[in-house]
Design a binder for this molecule. Structure first.
Ligand code: MTE
Ligand code: MOS
Length: 773
């Protein structure tokens, strides 16, 4: 790994820009880290199990709970009638029920919940509930929804220039499409909530959620309470990946309603099958384009349609489709462009946020189109990419933001050299010329990822920092920890402000009672937002402490330095705890909130134009694969990544995010296949049928370099850049390399159709098609 850079300043803070272990790494390993399922239950707690729809679409006519209630140990069966407020957990648009009332819209749609003294009894009783319904015609596939124009919302359009006349005039006009499947989040910890009723109808909810404020808001609404009666707390999740942003509300909402009805603590933890059958996934898309190009493969105009399979309800689909549209350019300049996003409704789980939020699907459209241009015009795919990169005078996106500080051209040269790309290309071609059965493929793909929530109002955060009189520091902020290392990074920021060792800072559980009205931990913005809010809080306290130190030392405040757990003025010093105690005696507050709002951003949702992103994160990957053309089996041989995280706050955590994101993306594009049967039942609802990548799928040569000496030009926290989602997109290089390997079987000018996930079955079919070409 190249060493991370430190922005020039008189004395660089020692706690940031250095590797520090994840604050829970040891506890994760020993099993001591407490997840909600590990928490000791209060006396009298009940366990819940769901009753769900067996139909993809039906009118409910009756429900009989008598047999379930008769089972010893069963306390109640909760249905929509038990909800005090509106039966609605819609995240963006209203009208998405917590428990079905008269309509069920997918197989797995929750109808009721049994509350019993233990999990086993709850499940057995749930199986005894009988539901009656009249099946209605379902829409079971995306193509059906596209053909019938079965939309949840009107299409979204991004437009710049005059694409139609420019397409008509272009020397080459190509049309193509590619299909990409969804992806289950497969967090190791399934969805869980524990709701504990208190006095005055108060409700404390321990919820595995990326969005505590939304759980608080919707639980309050379901229970007919003010928000101040509901507290939502989460110390950590065993993975979220976007799946616990809106959908955690379902589980928390049912647990809270049950706790209100029974007056007892109620816990709902979905088992893996139920989690996969009930909760939404990454949106599958049909991506299609018409592109006008010149003889050298330069893009003149683009007309693209991104059709998303939203499932039965809107959920977070507007955010997903916006991000797909705002990333359908990826790294490339489209002089004239129209991008249309379709919100297709199918009778499936309600698809939701998943690492990248539609961005990866949008960027896949760009990469597939670039590959298409290169193959049809018989040009080098790398050259076509380079030719179409954003650059001076060609720097305006389809949403009219100017691309500033575009790092990919320089990064490309660095990666081509470090990966020895030209030699790799020659060796792959030589291998293919000599081998009829095994084939190799090679591809390079970039990512340019806009950082900030597309909705400007979401880009705000709060923090709460306390210094105790022994000099120890308690840190709280609105961000949630799901394994990504947010807590350690924000603790590093606070340690740097106070000049303390990292172990003096204790990150504490996220709770709506300490920091209110927060945004979800999503869009990779956790550190950018909460790190900055915590920095502001810590700086406020430090300023007060510095004033007092200046008085004690009889020195100007400018002379005060916080370093190495001490406070200095020239050769005078006090330990940090001594100064904290002295401030307390002098009645100086050692506690502060901090607040941050992202500057410069704005977006007009009526015209889909503005500056939605503060900056872009960049990355590039070269992937080499081998396929067996007789079986379709394949292997990644070598992956070289160069990724831009600005001035990394913690290089080891960032590198882990890049590696994990890349492999998760590779899973999405090559092995994770969701299969629904003709009745709309998801048949892949456990690891026995749904294959996620494991350690054995990591390429033997896997080099991840952080871009060196590259502090963010924007004033982000210690000049770092967001890292959570962008690297997932680099896995497109694996999918492109598989296409490259297949194409080697056919004459030049032939383009493989290889949808994603490119499973061995699909690779084999593509090979057979190539041989016939
Ligand atoms: N890494 C781990 N280990 N577990 C996760 O659930 N979620 C990803 C990413 N990395 C995730 C993860 C997603 S979808 C996002 S948006 C970011 O982390 C959120 O955290 P951040 O904003 O703090 O980077
Ligand atoms: Mo991430 S999909 O924004 O939670």
């Amino acid at each position: 790994m190249t060493s991370p850079s430190v922005p020039s300043s008189a004395s660089p803070p020692s706690a940031v820009h250095v590797t520090a272990a994840h604050d829970s790494a040891l506890k994760h390993t020993t099993g001591e880290a407490l997840y909600i399922d590990d928490m000791p239950l209060p006396r009298g707690a009940l366990h819940l199990a769901l009753v769900t729809s067996p139909w993809a679409h039906a009118r409910l006519t009756g429900i009989d709970v008598r047999a379930a209630l008769a089972l010893p140990g069963v306390f109640a069966v909760i249905t929509a009638k038990d909800i005090i407020g509106p039966n609605d957990i819609g995240a963006i648009v209203p009208g998405e029920v917590l428990l079905a009332e008269d309509l069920v819209e997918y197989v797995g749609h929750p109808i009721a919940a049994v509350c019993a003294r233990d999990e086993d009894t709850a499940r057995r009783a749930a199986a005894l509930v009988t539901v009656e319904g009249e099946p209605l015609p379902p829409v079971l596939a995306l193509d059906e929804a596209i053909a019938a124009e079965h939309h949840l919302l009107p299409p979204s359009v991004f437009l710049r220039g005059n694409p139609d006349p420019e397409l008509a005039r272009a020397p080459h006009r190509l049309t193509g499409s590619v299909r990409v499947g969804g992806q289950d989040h497969f967090y190791l910890e399934t969805q869980v909530a524990l709701a504990i009723p208190g006095e005055d109808q108060d409700m404390l909810v321990h919820s595995g959620t990326q969005h505590p404020t939304e759980v608080q808001h919707l639980v309050a609404r379901l229970l007919g309470l003010d928000m101040n009666a509901v507290t939502v707390e989460i110390r950590r999740m065993g993975g979220g990946f976007g799946g616990k942003e809106s959908q955690a509300t379902l589980v928390a909402g049912i647990a809270a309603v049950a706790a209100r009805v029974t007056g007892r603590p109620c816990k709902l933890r979905l088992d893996r099958d139920t989690d996969m059958e009930v909760t939404g996934k990454r949106h599958g898309f049909l991506l299609s384009w018409e592109v006008g190009v010149d003889d050298e493969g330069g893009i003149l105009a683009v007309d693209m349609t991104l059709a998303a399979d939203c499932g039965w309800s809107v959920d977070l689909s507007p955010g997903v489709v916006s991000r797909a549209l705002s990333h359908a350019d990826n790294a490339y300049y489209y002089p004239h462009v129209r991008l249309t996003g379709l919100y297709c409704k199918t009778n499936r789980q309600s698809n939701t946020a998943f690492r990248g939020f539609g961005g990866p699907q949008g960027m896949m459209a760009a990469e597939a189109m670039l590959d298409h241009i290169a193959r049809v015009l018989r040009l080098d795919p790398l050259e076509v990419r380079r030719r179409n990169f954003y650059g001076p005078g060609r720097d305006i996106t389809p949403y009219h933001q100017t691309v500033e500080h575009f790092r990919l051209p320089a990064m490309l040269e660095t990666l081509l050299a470090s990966s020895d790309y030209a030699a790799l290309r020659a060796s792959v071609d030589a291998f293919n010329a000599a081998n009829p059965t095994l084939r190799k493929g090679l591809a390079l793909s970039p990512v340019k990822f806009g950082v900030s929530f597309n909705k400007p109002e979401m880009n705000q955060a709060g923090a709460l920092v306390h210094v105790y009189t022994d000099g120890s520091v308690s840190l709280n902020h609105g961000g949630t920890e799901m394994g990504q290392g947010l807590f350690v990074k924000v603790a590093q920021v606070v340690a740097a402000v106070f000049g303390l060792d990292l172990d003096r800072i204790k990150p504490t559980a996220t709770t709506t009672g300490k920091v209110p009205n927060t945004s979800p931990t999503a869009a990779s913005s956790g550190t950018d937002l909460n790190g900055m809010a915590a920095k502001v809080a810590a700086e406020t306290i430090r300023a007060r402490m510095a004033d007092h130190a200046a008085a004690l030392f009889e020195e100007p405040v400018e002379a005060i330095r916080f370093e190495s757990n001490r406070v200095f003025a020239g050769n005078k010093s006090l330990s940090f705890p001594e100064l904290a105690e002295a401030c307390h005696v002098e009645r100086i507050s050692l506690s502060s909130t901090g607040f941050y709002r992202t500057p410069k951003i704005h977006f007009d949702r009526t015209t889909n134009t503005g500056r939605p992103f503060l900056y872009f994160a960049h990355g590039l990957a070269v992937s080499e694969v081998a396929i067996d053309t007789l079986t379709g089996e394949w292997k990644p041989l070598r992956v070289d990544i160069l990724h831009d995280v600005g001035a990394s706050l913690n290089p080891a955590v960032d590198k882990g995010q890049i590696e994990g994101g890349f492999i998760q993306g590779m899973g999405w594009l090559t092995m994770e296949e969701l299969v629904w049967d003709g009745e709309g039942r998801l048949r892949t609802h456990a690891p026995s049928t749904y294959k996620i990548p494991t350690a054995r799928d990591v390429p033997a040569v896997f080099t991840v370099d952080l871009l060196a000496d590259a502090p963010n030009e924007e004033a982000t926290v210690f000049r770092s850049k967001a890292v959570g989602e962008p690297p997932l997109v680099l896995a497109l290089s694996v999918w492109l390399a598989l296409r490259d390997a297949v194409a080697s079987l056919a004459p030049a000018g032939w383009e493989p159709t290889l949808a994603a996930p490119a499973t061995p079955e699909k690779i084999l079919m593509a090979c057979e098609e190539a041989r016939r070409a």
